[in-house]
Write a protein that binds this ligand. Structure first.
Ligand code: ZN
Ligand code: ZN
Length: 346
């Protein structure tokens, strides 16, 4: 089969690779139908996360089940399924607690398409993917749902959802601020999810015109952040007071603006990744106002059904964030300069 590998900055190529085989009675093989580029892929492609050795790319996938092991009951060949980006067994204490991103049956961080961080599980931009725990991982897609529209439900849409769903459950209708940036699509999905979940006001702040336009298309109030002469966002100290804030900026100024804009006893979730050095925090202000800051990966598999329910109910449409859809055959060109949210259809 062919698989797309990333070889360096803005460099990908198709290579021949042996097709995976079912590894156990609990496994399945899935043929990718639609693959979305995660915000982390943009970091690999831009060199923010260095690529020391070529590896297969792609981990936001909807596919068709091709073959299942003898013990698999929940899906059958021909089913269309969301393939969560993280590998999870469903049986260990972490998985049973809903922490499917911390499954203890596999090495920490195990995930498709990000070998330097997630191990060697293959990538979704390929002819076939091996799913080691099919019943635990795969989520069947209801008939009529468009795989191309939903490919990012495997990761980034859920990542945005978790940043607001818990806090909005605790405080229904609470106002939400999203600070955009590094996690380019996750910030937009967080804003869309906040609106879908009944937030009475969602404000999306960013310096990027394309993302601001996307937020406006989602019907979300926007606030443009000015840039300095080097094109870097100049974040104000704060943007108001919001019970729920989301930092997708990956920028110390953006993180601080989100934290300082968090209302008393409020909740700030950082969905960005701070790769370099240490990140200072305004702990005195956090202490004084009782700010809870959550950082960490989402537990995708646990939340995928909740997100699909919102989509099936017509309250959330991830396709509104999609910048472009191209075929697998055009992947090499499209990934040389990927837009905010690129979807590749097989
Ligand atoms: Zn991802
Ligand atoms: Zn597990």
């Amino acid at each position: 089969m062919r698989e797309l590998v990333i070889t360096g900055i803005q460099a990908v190529e198709w290579r021949e690779a042996p097709a995976p085989k079912i590894e156990s009675d609990r496994g399945a093989l899935v043929r990718p139908i639609a693959v979305a580029m995660c915000d982390l892929d943009a970091a690999f492609l831009s060199g923010v996360v260095p690529v020391a050795e070529a590896f297969p790319l792609g981990h936001e996938c909807i596919g068709e089940v091709v073959e299942v092991g003898d013990q698999v009951n929940s899906v059958a060949p021909g089913d269309r399924v969301v393939v969560p980006f993280q590998i999870s067994c469903g049986d260990c204490n972490s998985c049973r607690s809903g922490h499917t991103g911390s499954c203890s049956s596999v090495p920490r961080g195990s995930a498709y398409g990000m070998k330097p961080l997630g191990g060697d599980w293959g990538g979704a931009l390929s002819g076939l993917m091996s799913v080691p725990f099919a019943d635990a991982m795969l989520v069947a897609l209801a008939p009529g749902l468009d795989p191309v529209a939903l490919a990012s439900v495997a990761d980034n849409v859920v990542d945005g959802y978790r940043a607001v769903a818990g806090p909005l459950r605790a405080g229904p209708g609470a106002e939400v601020l999203v600070v955009g940036g590094f996690a380019r699509s996750v910030g937009l999905y967080a804003a869309a999810c906040a609106r879908a979940l009944g937030s009475e006001r969602v404000l999306y702040a960013d310096s990027d015109v394309e993302r601001l336009e996307c937020a406006a298309r989602l019907g979300i109030e926007t606030h443009e952040i000015a840039c300095d002469d080097d094109g870097l966002a100049v974040w104000p100290a704060r943007l108001g007071r919001f019970p729920v804030t989301v930092d997708a900026s990956g920028d110390h100024g953006g993180l601080h603006a989100a934290i300082r804009s968090t209302a008393a006893d409020g909740h700030c979730t950082s969905v960005a990744i701070y790769f370099e050095g240490e990140t200072p925090l305004p702990l005195l202000e956090m202490y004084t106002r009782g700010c809870t800051l959550h950082a960490g990966r989402c537990h995708a598999r646990t939340l995928i059904p909740e997100v699909l329910s919102l989509i099936e109910a017509g309250r959330l449409d991830p396709a509104l964030v999609t910048s472009a859809v191209v075929s697998f055959d055009d992947a090499v060109d499209a990934l040389s300069e990927p837009p905010t949210k690129l979807i590749l259809a097989a």
